[in-house]
Design a protein around this ligand. Structure first.
Ligand SMILES: [Zn+2]
Length: 50
């Protein structure tokens, strides 16, 4: 059980864990969302309070 361990994060939008991708190799530390869709979801919608 010694496969390459890829770093993993949890998307705060959809709450799902996602793993390192090659396209993030330069900005992995800044990546917070599993996809651009979630990334945008942060801005759009949800203006309601409570
Ligand atoms: Zn997500």
């Amino acid at each position: 059980m010694n496969k390459a361990e890829l770093p993993e994060k949890i998307c705060p939008i959809c709450g799902r864990p996602f793993r390192w991708r090659k396209k993030w190799q330069k900005c992995w530390e800044q990546v917070r969302y599993c996809s651009e869709r979630c990334r945008r979801a942060r801005r759009t919608g949800r203006e309601k309070e409570g």
